[in-house]
Each structure stands twice: as C-alpha cells, then as structure tokens.
Write a protein that binds this ligand. Structure first.
Ligand SMILES: [Zn+2]
Length: 294
C-alpha cells in the first residue's frame, strides 16, 4: 500500500532543498470588506423620530486588537455564518456537552468581530460533519494558530478537515496517535502547516517537512499536498486513500521528524529517525502498528 510514501519525505528536510522558499504568504487578504455601505440615512419617513437601535448592547465595532473576549453576537455574523450556526445547533440539539463546547468556542477570538471570517466558516462546516466535543475543542486551539489565519479559505477548509478527522472518534481506525499528533500541531506555532500542490516525477509526494530561514532564525514547516485533499465543506472521504494518507499518516510522520530532526543521511540515526516516523505514520493511518510480512 502506497510504498512510495516513504522515500520522498525527507527530500526537503534541509535549507538547501529545492522548496521555493516562499516566505509566509502575507495574510491572504481576507477582505474584511471595509466598504460596508451602511444604511447611513433613512430619509423615508420623516415623521417618526427614528426609533433607537433596539438591541445594541455590545461595544461599537472598534477593531481594537486587544484580546478582550468578545461575547458571541449573532448580529456580528454574516448570513452564511448565521445559517451554519443554526445548522450546527440543530445538529447538537440533543448533545448538551457538545453544545457547551460549541458555546465555548464562540467566545474565542476566531468568532469575534468582524463577521465573515473564512476560518469561522471552515470550522462551522466541519462541526456539522463531526459534532464531537474533541473536534470542537480542537478548533478552539486551531483558531489560535497563526499559520491557520494566514491560509486561503480553501486551505482553511483543508486544515479544518484535517483537524476534525484526526480528533474524531468516529473515523475509521481512530486512534491515539492521531490525537497526539494534533496536540503537537495545535499546541503551539512551533511548526507551520501549509498546503501546496507538490509535483513529483517519481510517484506521489504526500508532503514534506523542513526548515526555512537562516542563521539564528529558523522556522519548521510541513507542507501537505493540497492536490490530494479536496477543499470544500465535506469531510475527508474515508475511501479516499490519498486524502486519508495525507491527513493521518503524512502529518504524523512529518511531525515526528520535526521533533527529532535527523542529520547525515548515511548515519544510523537517520535510518532510525526515518523508521520511527514511518512507524508512527503507519499507526496513525491504520490504527495498529505495522506487522512484519504484511
Ligand atoms: Zn520521513
């Protein structure tokens, strides 16, 4: 099964690799749509002294960068978000614990002003697919990751799917290795996760890990092959072997490398690093360790 997965992994595990050293794609301009042509005037009825805004208890939408927890305010949601919110709540109707986790998620900065955030939509779509506490809590941490905020809307959908798949208890072969991998991915910004189309002349390249930067500044990254994981609101198709391999096996494999980056390719330790990463990746995907002779 997908033997060629192993070889290309560490291909780029060095600065000199041929990975285009694209520096952090500057915030893919999520178009906050400043141009809200607010209905400034309502000159229709001059008679009645325009009733005061009925419910506007929340602070004015000052875009203060402060981390002040903003309470969820449906009025700040776009129509698309409101629709998704309703659908999520319908899904969680008889699940008090999950609903509580969801309410908690809504207090995070991801769900604060302004409306229409693509990462929000990606999360809501996946909560519909995976109405599970662990997944919802994982999204709370995903929202804290700088690399997630910088991704395109489509890649945010891929990332949300990846997180949901790995944290869900309902996916085929769900297992602890996937959860541990997510702890590493979501626990800090130590490793930047990115999606990009990865061409390969020798079989399929599922992903690659490496470091960018120079001298004292280094950033670990993992690039996953976006060609193999469709964007969109659906979930990871359990029958799509390539997609499952990328989000479960490749991610666990590469995360393992970032924990113990190896050295000389001729060395024993390099071999052991590769073996360990392969083992962990296999277990993440299949839910059980590899068996000799398989
Ligand atoms: Zn490897």
């Amino acid at each position: 099964m997908s033997v060629n997965a192993v070889t290309p992994y560490r291909r780029d595990y060095s600065v000199s690799a041929d990975v285009p050293k694209v520096v952090v794609p500057q915030k893919a301009a999520p178009a906050p749509d400043e141009s809200t042509p607010g209905p400034t005037s309502a000159p229709t009825t001059g008679a009645t002294p325009a009733p005061p805004p009925t419910n506007a208890p929340t602070a004015p939408p000052s875009p203060s960068p402060g981390p002040a927890p903003v309470p969820p305010d449906p009025a700040m949601s776009s129509p698309e978000e409101q629709k998704l919110d309703e659908e999520v709540r319908a899904t969680l109707k008889d699940k008090p614990d999950e609903l509580e986790a969801y309410e908690e998620l809504l207090t995070t900065s991801t769900f604060a002003y302004p409306p229409g955030k693509t990462e929000r939509i990606a999360m809501l779509e996946q909560i519909k697919n995976y109405p599970e506490t662990k997944v919802i809590e994982g999204f709370g941490r995903l929202g804290d990751r700088a690399w997630f905020a910088q991704q395109s809307a489509e890649d945010q959908q891929r990332s949300a799917k990846m997180v949901a798949f790995n944290l869900s208890d309902t996916t085929p072969n769900a297992n602890k290795v996937r959860e541990n991998t997510m702890d590493r991915v979501l626990g800090s910004d130590d490793v930047k996760i990115d999606w990009r189309g990865i061409e390969s002349e020798t079989g399929t390249t599922y992903g690659e890990a490496g470091e960018s930067g120079m001298w004292w500044w280094k950033e670990k990254y993992i690039n996953l092959n976006s060609d193999l994981v469709p964007a969109g609101p659906g979930k990871i198709d359990a029958g799509d072997q390539d997609a499952v391999h990328v989000v479960a096996n490749t991610l666990a494999h590469e995360i393992n490398h970032t924990i113990t980056p190896g050295g000389n390719e001729q060395s024993y330790s390099y071999f052991m690093d590769e073996y360990r990463a392969w083992y962990v990746g296999y277990k993440a995907e299949n839910g059980e360790p590899p068996v000799a002779g398989r």
